[in-house]
Design a protein. Structure first.
Length: 106
């Protein structure tokens, strides 16, 4: 299985409006996400979850500026990043990260 590295950079334009992390069928075997960490980049929390995530519902994880989330993906399995969304307490806050994509989006 060949892997491709992808960079993730996502920001929330309007708090309360979830933003997809990736297009459909972005199947990854590894992902590491960090709430933007540079001073002043994030002023509030970022929330990661399913469609409809916001600061009060459907959260899997809440990240403060600089916090990291590295979900465990069992060997031989994958995570479809298109099923994960972010929302933020403050406009323009977001995440950066890296993922290893399965070749062909399989």
């Amino acid at each position: 299985m060949a892997l491709q590295t992808i960079e993730i950079v996502k920001a929330v334009a309007t708090p309360g409006t979830a933003v997809a992390l990736a297009p459909a069928n972005t199947n990854v075997v590894y992902v590491l996400l960090q709430a933007k960490a540079v001073t002043g980049d994030n002023t509030g929390n970022v929330f990661i979850g399913k469609s409809g995530v916001d600061k009060t519902t459907r959260q899997i994880v809440k990240l403060a500026a600089g916090d990291v989330w590295e979900p465990e993906i069992p060997r031989g399995e994958y995570l479809d990043l298109s099923e994960l969304y972010i929302d933020a307490a403050t406009a323009a806050d977001g995440v950066t990260g890296v993922a290893f994509l399965r070749a062909g989006g399989e």
